[in-house]
Design a protein around this ligand. Structure first.
Ligand SMILES: Nc1ncnc2c1ncn2[C@@H]1O[C@H](COP(=O)(O)OP(=O)(O)O)[C@@H](O)[C@H]1O
Ligand SMILES: [Mg+2]
Length: 266
């Protein structure tokens, strides 16, 4: 297979693949023991798609998101983000891709407590020298997208958990990334608030043509996705998802793109 060093992916023309993982392996050395976490994982996610990655705790969901987000390097294999082969980039190039092509919403990512909601959203734009007025306008528009613009001038401690998640979501979109990575996005939230965040993520994929990938062990989150992939034995499989969730007695069907009901809100 032809794999460019960088530039356009061979698949990009057809359906605009935003993320491609090709035979990705990640091993960790633990003393004399080698922990093989990802063992030849393949994944393609297109713009406009919301994909859920499920799997038992320790199956490698976070490891995979870290690799796609450029926070970690695979032991072997190729990862293309927005057409760029990120496994071939130097540190400078990688940090540019992280700033411009990838948004991350990880559970342990906190808002900066000394800044207001809108200032938090502006932070990634500061790094890009976006002029103050444009920064403010863009940040306000993003807060509006996630329905928390009425709290723009509030400090993080004045916001509910759900509102803080919305602000973090707006911040992850600050530089208009093609790919949004979410690790257990509803982990800290109650059922209703979590559902609202997932609904927003789904709309960000559909209405803004982004690729949204969420790692989750929450069946309610997974059932909102266009596709559910199960990470098992170091590879992604799209069968047996039902079996994985049987224990929780939640009926999660594997939805194919285009069959899910369209959302009209937001
Ligand atoms: N930096 C690391 N060093 C050693 N082992 C790691 C490291 N990161 C993850 N692991 C191991 O990889 C496995 C997968 O972890 P993780 O990706 O966090 O799983 P999940 O997110 O699905 O719960 C676990 O066994 C974990 O202990
Ligand atoms: Mg994890």
């Amino acid at each position: 297979m032809f794999l460019p060093e960088s530039g356009e992916s061979p698949l990009a023309d057809e359906k605009q693949a935003a993320v491609e993982c090709i035979d990705v392996r990640r091993e960790f050395q633990d003393g004399s023991r080698v922990i093989k976490v990802l063992q030849g994982t393949n994944l393609t996610v297109y713009r406009g798609e919301f994909v859920a990655i499920v799997g038992a705790s320790g199956s490698g969901k976070t490891t995979l998101l870290n690799l796609i987000g450029g926070l970690d390097t695979p032991t072997s294999g190729t990862i293309l983000v927005d057409g760029k082969n990120i496994t071939k980039l130097n540190d400078d190039e990688m940090s540019k891709v992280r700033r411009h092509n990838i948004g991350v919403l990880f559970q342990d990512q906190h808002l900066l407590p000394i800044f207001t909601a809108i200032e938090n959203v502006e932070v990634p734009m500061l790094l890009d020298d976006v002029p103050a007025e444009e920064r403010r306008t863009r940040a306000m528009a993003l807060l509006k997208t996630v329905l928390v613009d009425h709290r723009a001038d509030h400090m993080p401690h004045e916001l509910s958990g759900g509102m803080r998640s919305r602000v973090a979501l707006a911040r992850s979109l600050a530089n208009d990334p093609a790919v949004l990575l979410c690790d257990e996005p509803t982990g800290d939230l109650d059922h209703k608030t979590g559902g609202e965040i997932i609904n927003l993520m789904r709309n960000l994929a559909r209405n803004q043509n982004r690729a949204v990938i969420a790692a989750t062990h929450d069946p309610e989150t997974a059932r909102m996705a266009d596709r559910i992939l199960l990470l098992r034995d170091g590879v992604l499989v799209d069968e047996m998802v039902g079996d994985f969730f049987k224990a929780s007695k939640v009926d999660v069907a594997t939805k194919k793109r285009g069959t899910a009901d369209e959302e009209t809100s937001t």
